[in-house]
Design a protein around this ligand. Structure first.
Ligand code: TYD
Length: 211
């Protein structure tokens, strides 16, 4: 029997990870596979409230406080959404997860990756995604793409390019360190082509037959 998978999508703003998640949702809908899709920060009702604080650029949040808020939202999402779904045999697709905290707060804000890993271990135990897709492209181009879609920019979209470059480098570092779990995809390719690659990776790794 195929194991139920925990799949996360990561990358800088504007790399198209949310649309890749949606494409995978549409593919899974055509199969008997039971799944849920969630996002971070957010997912649970309470986590979505924490998200509002986190994205509000009018609030000045200390980097470590920001880190803990992301983790607080994650704790709710895990307990209320992710764990129950995995326990009941469903696949979980999550738009961002711990790698984002390591990349944005750990490296981007300089909180340090080790601190985040330590707190994650205490709070979340050993749960790790089975597969992480990292959508990658030059941060400047991606940020431009993200900003085209909006008129009001959130806390992260307002950060300078050097921050986003650090975040991109961090994702690539994470991928290099954990190459069994992480798959870096060229986000500049056509979205359908990327979706095809995602399906092929899942099929190859887990002997599924996603079409
Ligand atoms: P998201 O909804 O994915 O924004 P977008 O789709 O526009 O990229 O995520 C919201 C923001 O939260 C995003 O800019 C990255 C940031 N973030 C962190 O800084 N740390 C985290 O742990 C997570 C989950 C997100």
């Amino acid at each position: 029997m195929i194991k139920n998978l925990f799949i996360t999508f990561e990358g800088c703003e504007g790399t198209g990870k949310s649309s890749q998640l949606k494409l995978l949702v549409n593919t899974l809908k055509k199969t008997p596979i039971k799944f849920i899709a969630t996002r971070e920060p957010g997912g649970s009702k309470e986590g979505e409230r924490i998200r509002e604080i986190l994205l509000n650029h009018r609030l000045t949040i200390q980097p470590f406080c920001e880190t803990l808020l992301h983790m607080a939202a994650r704790y709710q999402n895990l307990k209320k959404v992710i764990f129950p779904a995995l326990k009941s045999g469903k696949w979980v697709l999550c738009d961002r997860y711990t790698d984002s905290t390591i990349a944005y707060q750990g490296y981007g804000h300089g909180v340090g990756p080790q601190k985040i890993k330590k707190i994650s271990k205490i709070a979340f135990g050993d749960l790790e995604p089975d597969i992480t897709f990292i959508l990658d492209m030059p941060a400047k181009k991606a940020l431009k793409r993200a900003k085209l879609r909006k008129i009001d920019f959130n806390r992260y979209e307002r950060m300078g390019i050097s921050f986003h470059n650090k975040v991109r480098r961090a994702f690539l570092k994470i991928a290099k360190k954990d190459s069994k779990r992480c798959f870096v995809l060229n986000a500049e390719k056509d979205r359908k082509e990327i979706h095809q690659e995602i399906k092929e990776i899942i099929n190859k790794t887990y002997k599924t037959k996603l079409k």
